[in-house]
Write a protein that binds this ligand. Structure first.
Ligand code: FAD
Length: 323
């Protein structure tokens, strides 16, 4: 049995941020992830300045692909708004690996199956033991499943369904574009260019509303990529999009059970408006590390339910204009 002060299950932004701060405070920490890093994570990779601030990353020093957007193009029916906002795109393949290595914790590639409390500690798969346990394993987090699910079931109405693809592409338009409610999609579609010749296109919506409309994401996808081709934004033939589902922030998430915590997507913290999950993952990781090292309360009150982009207010300032 390997014994640690803390075990973090999942090495995405939530887990690596928490491990980073626990290590800084001198705790002996292991991060268990089923994947070998760098690993692919389905995500548009759009991050706010606040995320980089929370991670203490100066964009000028970030050593991988990072693109700056000074303006967004937001489309709704025939209207387009172009609010001025500073936002960034990164590639999750690089970003997550960078954060995890920077954390300085022990890393083990291990798919967690069994999680149980044992005499005031937690034991994972009869192989790892610790006083503190942090569940950062995303939607299918085994810590959430074992210790939180019964008291804090997720709300079906808050489940998203997504389809996306990131690929090498010699894009010409360096603007981030979002299309809201196209063809009745209960969500939005995106075109997010990345530095060093990559692009991410995708779409997502609320799963229950898609079901009611009997809408299939693959049908929306076909229309969407047809539109990208027609508009000249992306002319590509090799689409093979993948899907992933995660939960938006509920009203009463239980996130602590004795010395076990859930953070990021494991806790269902993505924002209710833009479905942004990296920011809440990072913030919850910081809060749990502070709670373990200084005894402060781990409360979601400090994590916004809505995105910090300020997009809504800027759109209202700038108005939509007919395109
Ligand atoms: C298509 C799509 C687009 C998105 N676009 C954006 C965006 O542009 N901006 C934004 O802010 N958010 C976006 N999100 C949301 C964002 O990706 C997530 O909210 C964010 O990744 C959550 O981070 P996390 O660390 O909690 O979980 P994750 O990043 O999912 O990390 C969880 C880790 O746990 C590991 N794991 C899972 N199960 C086990 C197990 N049994 N044992 C060991 N390890 C395990 C996984 O391998 C993974 O590495 C998007 C999501 C999707 C699906």
């Amino acid at each position: 049995m390997q014994v640690f002060d803390a075990i973090v299950v999942g090495g995405g932004p939530a887990g690596s941020t928490c491990a980073w701060k626990l290590r800084e405070a001198g705790l002996d920490v292991v991060v268990l992830d089923r994947a070998a890093f760098p690993r692919t994570k389905l995500c548009a990779g759009w991050v706010t300045p606040e995320v980089l601030d929370d991670l203490e990353i100066d964009p000028r020093d970030y050593p991988h692909s990072l693109m700056v957007f000074e303006e967004l193009h937001l489309h709704w029916k025939v209207l387009t708004a172009k609010p001025k906002v500073r936002q960034y795109s990164i590639r999750r393949f690089e970003f997550d690996d960078f954060l995890l290595r920077r954390a300085g914790a022990r890393l083990a590639q291990h798919k967690v199956r069994d999680v149980r409390p044992d005499g005031g500690d937690y034991v994972i798969d009869d192989e790892y033991r610790s006083k503190y346990l942090v569940g950062a394993g995303g939607t299918a987090c085994p810590v959430y499943r074992a210790l939180f699910h019964d008291n804090s079931p997720r709300e079906n109405a808050l489940q998203t369904a997504t389809l996306e693809q990131e690929f090498a592409y010699d894009w010409r338009d360096p603007t981030c574009n979002l299309w809201f409610f196209d063809d009745g999609l209960p969500g939005y579609a995106w075109y997010v260019p990345k530095a060093n010749g990559y692009i991410n296109v995708g779409l997502g919506g609320m799963a229950t509303r898609l079901k009611v409309k009997q809408g299939h994401l693959r049908d929306y996808w076909r229309n969407f990529v047809g539109k990208l081709r027609k508009s000249g934004l992306v002319d590509y033939d090799d689409y093979d999009p993948k899907g992933y589902s995660y939960f938006l922030r509920g009203n009463a998430n239980a996130v602590r059970n004795n010395n076990a915590f859930v953070i990021g997507d494991a806790a269902g913290l993505a924002t209710r408006d833009m479905c942004e999950g990296i920011g809440p993952a990072v913030k919850s990781g910081l809060l749990v590390a502070a709670s373990i090292t200084s005894g402060t309360e781990y409360s979601l009150a400090a994590i916004n339910k809505l995105s910090g982009h300020g997009i809504a207010s800027r759109v209202l300032e700038h108005q939509f204009a007919r395109t």
